[in-house]
Design a protein. Structure first.
Length: 92
């Protein structure tokens, strides 16, 4: 499913215009993105939790050369699905 598909579904299910539907979808994505950028957790009941986690610097290895390298610290986005979502996927 793409963003265009989401917009189309909002349009069909709500009766808003396509422009209004696109604005709604964009607003939701912007809210999620802005809160994650600020390091906040997002919990959507019945769907799951989004969280930004910090990964520390660590030693790694270049698989082609075997040479040791340092992997820099970075932030990663983590998603943990809710039990409701897991059950829905496993039943289908």
């Amino acid at each position: 499913m793409t963003k265009a598909d989401l917009i189309e579904n909002v349009y069909l299910k709500t009766g808003f215009s396509k422009k209004e539907s696109a604005d709604i979808v964009e607003m939701v994505f912007d809210l999620i993105k802005n809160n994650l950028e600020q390091g906040e957790k997002i919990k959507i009941a019945g769907f799951g939790n989004f969280e930004v986690k910090q990964k520390n610097t660590r030693r790694g290895r270049n698989p082609q050369t075997g040479e040791g390298i340092e992997i820099t610290a970075r932030k990663i986005l983590s998603f943990k699905p809710s039990q409701v979502l897991k059950a829905a996927i496993n039943e289908g």
